[in-house]
Ligand binder design. Sequence first.
Ligand code: F6P
Length: 329
Amino acid sequence: MNKSSITKIGVFTSGGDAPGMNAAIRAVVRSCSYHNVETWGITRGYEGMIDGEMSKLGTRSVGNIIQRGGTILKCARSDSFKTKEGRAKAIANLRKHGIDGLVAIGGDGTFRGLHELIKDSGIPAISIPGTIDNDIAGTDYTIGYDTATNTAVEAIDRIRDTALSHNRLFFIEVMGRHSGYIAINSAIAGGAVAVIIPEEHTSFDSLYTLLEQTGKANKKSSLVVVAEGSRIGGAMELARMVTERSSYFDIKVTILGHLQRGGSPTYFDRVLASHMGLAAVEGLLQGKTDCMVGVQHGKMVLNPFEDIMNGQTHEIDREALRLAKILST
Ligand code: F6P
């Protein structure tokens, strides 16, 4: 298997954390051990790489983490790594410890950094998509998305109970600066009357008309799910706009925020992360580099960075959006 002569693989998590990152770290460490390769954990992503925060990880050091949210390696967003000097320091630290392969777990910012690092150093590297947003091209799912969406649905169910008791209209804001994946699917699963996402322009007037219609149709309570990147305003803003237009609705707002980033990963995210960890290690050992592990049509794939970073995003599921609209009436 080891066609690559790699002996030490460094693993790190970067960007925003996502439930299931620990399961991916565990899979990387244990897959390396299976193939007689050492694993080194780098803490705080690129920041830690620059500061030389790295140490050997044994199979036991990743025991009892598969069920834990967050990341034992910590996460950071790094501006210094965007500079040539920052990257040179990070590369010197990797070389000092003999790290000759890398697995990065994170989102598109992480991948861009990795691409630059490969160009500057020639160190082979593969990334694993870990972000609750599910906004990465080249994979049907990212690690953490399933857990975050389940968390949002659970919260929506609870809000529905109180909304119904008081005949209230709730605006519920979920995460997703550029992506409506959590919003659409939590809206379908939570039975929302409307969903507002960054990828689609919804006019405030059409939203208001829909709310009026549901009011007239004797709907006792309504839930509107709003992705944080909504182009017509977040949940607070929309609630204010509706209140300004009419005093008919009794409106409340809930912003779920970072709740969605924590918690024990679902079985789906744990299994996905485990497959991706193994695929990344075996990809490196087979001589692959500058690519991302993805799952497409139920199979693990390796997609070149060039293809997935070429201004592409993970297209929203238009059929799911149509479904949400049909079923909300
Ligand atoms: O990219 C994941 C994400 O959770 C987004 O949905 C959200 O907009 C952002 O990170 C928040 O980032 P931070 O925790 O740095 O504020």
